[in-house]
Design a protein around this ligand. Structure first.
Ligand code: NAP
Length: 265
């Protein structure tokens, strides 16, 4: 029996255990999955020991970057993004991967939100935004701009919310919300006003709880294709298991999980 886990600081609302247990069951892989909470002050002392007892793990906020120092190697995607959300351990060798990026790519392409040739606006500048920028560029976006509350660093690829408002009066594009604004329990919050949301060609909100956010509701009301992050969450979990199980899993698995998980009932 193999042992896997999710490492993070606050895991109360994680959906990873039911998702991974269902993948184990559906693929006949004998393994366990648990949540391992590590307080921030203890990460440097505890994480190495925890990793040595697992066959692999996922990593979440706030350790996706910090954990890289404990690994023997990282794959190309994780290296380029600068963040690891999946770790495999074979013969004591720890390797870091990033399955958020291919998870997001699958979600966008399967929901009619192909960024190829489009200007893309990513709200936020955290770990999820970095994975989004990498993915959008890889899928052939014309231009990718992050939108931040703090633009003092003078990076031309980062604009303010005022600049977003002005730009979207001239050019349409794809909107990706990579901020936690609208996440449970503050589900009434929305990162942009309705008149600005109506200017985009498509909206992807990386938030997966609630399954519909205020942002995607407003987009849908004005006829814009919109999706929330549950699809990405499921895809990144399946891609993590492909790494752990060292084989491709059936393409029908993500839609089957989306249909049968019942995570919010
Ligand atoms: P994070 O680092 O905590 O925050 C991302 C960025 O959001 C921050 O850097 C900040 O950018 C902006 N932000 C934070 N609070 C804000 C506020 N109150 N108003 C406006 N902007 C705010 O989070 P993360 O790890 O990148 O994750 C972001 C979201 O993506 C979360 O909801 C997470 O659950 C989701 N996510 C989903 C998946 C999935 O599989 N679906 C995977 C990863 C993450 P500025 O300071 O530059 O404005």
């Amino acid at each position: 029996m193999r042992h896997y886990a999710l490492l993070g600081e606050t895991l109360r609302h994680s959906l990873s255990v039911p998702i991974h247990e269902m993948i184990f069951r559906e693929t006949g892989f004998s393994a366990t999955y648990e949540l391992i909470k590590i307080p921030r002050a203890d990460f440097s002392t505890q994480a190495k020991d925890v990793l040595s007892h697992l066959d692999g793990c996922n990593v979440t906020i706030p350790y996706k970057q910090e954990v890289m120092a404990l690994l023997h190697s990282v794959d190309e995607t994780a290296g380029k993004i600068g963040a690891v959300n999946t770790i495999s351990r074979h013969d004591g060798v720890l390797r870091g991967h990033n399955t958020d990026a291919p998870g997001l790519a699958a979600m966008l392409l399967e929901n009619g939100l192909n960024p190829a040739g489009q200007v893309c606006f990513v709200l936020g500048t955290g770990g999820a935004a970095k994975a989004a920028v990498y993915t959008l560029n890889k899928l052939g976006a014309k231009q990718v701009l992050c939108v931040s509350r703090r633009t003092e660093e003078n990076d031309p690829a980062v604009i303010s919310y005022q600049e977003l408002d002005a730009m979207t009066k001239q050019v349409t594009g794809l909107l990706i919300n990579a901020t936690p604004v609208g996440m449970w329990p503050r589900t009434e919050d929305c990162p942009l006003p309705a008149d600005v949301i109506a200017r985009f060609s498509g909206v992807a909100d990386l938030i997966y709880n609630p399954p519909q956010t205020r942002l995607t509701e407003i987009a849908a009301q004005v006829g814009i294709p919109a999706v929330t992050g549950l699809h990405m969450l499921v895809e990144q979990a399946v891609k993590a298991q492909e790494i752990w199980q060292e084989r491709p899993l059936p393409p029908e698995l993500p839609p089957y999980l989306m249909k049968n998980l019942n995570l919010f009932t």
